[in-house]
Write a new protein. Structure first.
Length: 81
């Protein structure tokens, strides 16, 4: 069996990343994108809601978009660098 890395280096389409987000999350994301924040990935844990992760333009800070559209800068998990 071949062990493959699931985290791809290719660009994931914006449409695919936004799929499953709540309307409040999409609205908040549109606002954040005006300030150059970027939706980089969406965690999709089993039997739970998707967790969209956005990054600040400096690339060092990240936050989670909560279901109500609020920004959680202390999500309780670390991002590997």
């Amino acid at each position: 069996m071949v062990d493959r890395e699931r985290r791809g280096t290719g660009q994931t389409s914006t449409v695919a990343l936004r799929a499953g987000l709540t309307p409040e999350q999409r609205d908040a994301l549109t606002t954040l994108e005006h300030f150059r924040w970027e939706l980089r990935f969406v965690r999709r844990p089993l039997f739970r809601e998707p967790i969209p992760v956005v990054f600040h333009p400096d690339g060092e800070r990240y936050a989670v978009l909560e279901a109500d559209g609020s920004l959680n800068e202390n999500p309780g998990f670390e991002i590997r660098r």
